[in-house]
Design a protein around this ligand. Sequence first.
Ligand code: PMV
Length: 321
Amino acid sequence: MKKTARAHTNIALIKYWGKANQALKTPLMSSLSMTLDAFYTDTTFEHDSSLTEDTFILNGQKQTPEESKRVFNYIHLLQEKFGFNDHFTIKSTNHVPTSAGLASSASAFAALATSFAASYGLDLSRRELSKLARLGSGSATRSIYGGFVEWQKGIDDASSYAVPIDENPDLDLSLLALEVDTKQKKISSTKGMKLAQTSPFYQPWLARNKQEIAELKQAIKEKDFTKIGKLSELSANEMHACNLTANEPFTYFEPETIKAIKLVENLRQQGIECYYTIDAGPNVKILCTLRNRKEIISAVQKSLTNVKIVVASFGPGVTLL
Ligand code: PMV
């Protein structure tokens, strides 16, 4: 049977940056994200006993065996889990503006897990789908739900899944994705997560996780933009501080990243409230409210050369099309 699912990507406000179990992708910490409306993946999964091979088509291009490896391994793992072994075709389209600096793996594996389950007629809860998505990519765990989402770290495969905090937040919050990308090849998140754990600041950061999650949940409840922004910026800086102090030290920052950080600091000094968050790459995402959005966009365009800006807000959870 052929089924199509749409999943939106998400940005972690409290970061996930370390695996407890490499294969299960259970995390060392809980994380909290915002699902984004501007970026999504549509994936069609079809399995049929008459098919003679597995195929993966991404954005209209048939992928080579090497390019398909991660996706095929993932599907074979799910098939084994549920006792299926026929061939399949996957057609996936990423609606993520070219290099907006947002990883598509979150939306990709959430859409893939959901279309897989629907295609085989598995009647799974969103909690179960969240666990299946996790086996593809950690951040995908959260993309099953819309709005604000918490990935509760758990202690094993059964207890590590996402829960919705507020799927339709009545909150004025925009995210500006700034593409300040360079040609530099980035360190994979798996590698970065391992290295970061050698930082003397990693364990103290982990010890603060429970408190940081609780504080952000409280700020969301109170619709307190200032608190949400400050906690998000802090979590990103804690993650990047661990990278800078790892053995060997490394950073995802590029000169343009620092420029964007400085710009946010300057805007705040002028009374234009905004905050930044940064993932495993050089691109900066700015959190702001509608009131200041235009002004921030024009300040970014003035200060950074060749920057592309994509505006996003809250997106929905995964759906079958
Ligand atoms: O699960 P991955 O490999 O997409 O890693 C995600 C890592 C960060 O984006 C930096 C943080 C996060 O929680 O999404």
